[in-house]
Design a protein around this ligand. Structure first.
Ligand code: TYM
Length: 327
């Protein structure tokens, strides 16, 4: 029996990956590797929308491989690759862009929130659709902030199939659990993000003392009660984090902190986060010391991913009516 295909990507930006990337995405990737055929990639072309320094992008791409592996992605079981190593991605994005409405793309909140910007940022979700459809993915483990991009992908895939015949697998709808959207520690009204960084973002590779300082200075709410509530976004966020880090359900944690103040609670959250990333930090140090190995992982990943991508594109080119070059 063939296993379901899983695909997801992450941009190699920021100082390292952050807590939200782990909670909303990468820990699920690691957990899905046995029962699925997984493709995980570094979205270096998507990273270009932030116009990183060339050397920094190259360095972050390699570091990102080490981080993914340190967080439990296993290249023996999953295909790990860099998006730019597979030139079929932007090619398919062009094709899909010709089936995407201008209005449809304009409604993407990630684009709207940034207040416009480059054509690249506008095209970002179309390239993401190409990433997903290229591999005929059944499931796409992503954070809640990417839900709209997945819906666009499904719409465009259905449109392509309707026009040119069944070609793409429609990926399943967003399957994340509620409460996995991690907020910025300094501003719990917005998501924690690599792009924003600062003391509201916990980097996966932060030193324990830095994690502790960031968590202890997280913005909390008025009152003393440790419980989930709309008017307690800071405490709610810390409860989510503690729940993920300890594996304990939120109501259980609320009961455990009844009558205790924010101080004890924050100290425990800090300790749990440090503990959650301790093994990752240790493995990262070993992995980053061997860049040749990291490059080999990407090369093997590109070979596997490239074969799938070429097959998809041969079909796509034929379906849409591009004249095949004479062999
Ligand atoms: P990126 O690098 O911004 O985020 C990587 C993953 O982390 C999730 N995430 C979060 N989850 C919970 N709370 C947060 N605060 C938080 N911040 C980030 C994101 O939802 C994402 O799953 N556009 C993608 C990269 C991409 C991609 C793809 C993903 C490009 N092509 C194809 C899946 C399939 C992104 O936002 O990456």
């Amino acid at each position: 029996m063939t296993r379901p295909r899983v695909l997801s990507g992450i941009r190699p930006t920021g100082e390292s990956f952050q807590l939200g990337n782990y909670v909303g995405a990468v820990r699920h990737w690691a957990a899905m590797q046995d029962e699925n055929e997984c493709f995980f990639f570094l979205a270096d072309l998507h990273a270009l929308t932030e116009t990183p320094q060339p050397d920094a992008l190259r360095r972050r791409t390699r570091e990102s491989v080490a981080e993914l592996l340190a967080m439990g992605v296993d290249p023996a079981r999953s295909t790990v690759f860099a998006q730019s190593h597979i030139p079929e991605h932007p090619e398919l994005a062009w094709v899909l862009g010709c089936l995407t409405g201008f209005g449809e793309a304009s409604r993407m909140t990630q684009f709207k929130e940034k207040g416009g910007g480059t054509v690249g940022l506008f095209y970002y979700p179309v390239l993401q659709a190409a990433d997903i459809l290229m591999y005929q993915a059944n499931a796409v483990p992503i954070g809640e902030d990417q839900r709209q991009h997945l819906e666009l992908t499904r719409d465009v895939a259905a449109r392509f199939n309707g026009r040119y015949g069944e070609t793409f697998t429609l990926p399943g709808a967003y399957a994340g659990k509620p409460g996995e959207r991690i907020k910025d520690l300094q501003d719990p009204a917005r998501k924690m993000s690599k792009t924003i960084g600062g003391s509201g973002t916990v980097w996966v590779l932060d030193e324990p003392a830095v994690v502790t300082k960031k968590v202890k200075s997280a913005v909390t709410d008025t009152g003393r009660e440790v419980r989930v509530s709309d008017d307690k976004p800071g405490i709610t966020n810390l409860l989510t984090i503690l729940s993920v880090a300890t594996g304990k359900a939120v109501p259980e944690l609320e009961a455990a902190y009844a009558g205790k103040g924010y101080g004890d609670f924050k100290a425990d959250v800090a300790e749990a986060v440090v503990e959650m990333f301790a093994a990752t930090r240790a493995r990262y140090v070993e992995l980053i010391a061997d860049p040749a190995y990291l490059d080999e992982v990407l090369a093997a990943g590109a070979a596997t991913a490239g074969a799938v991508a070429r097959t998809t594109m041969t079909t796509v080119r034929e379906r849409i009516g591009l004249l095949a070059p004479k062999p």
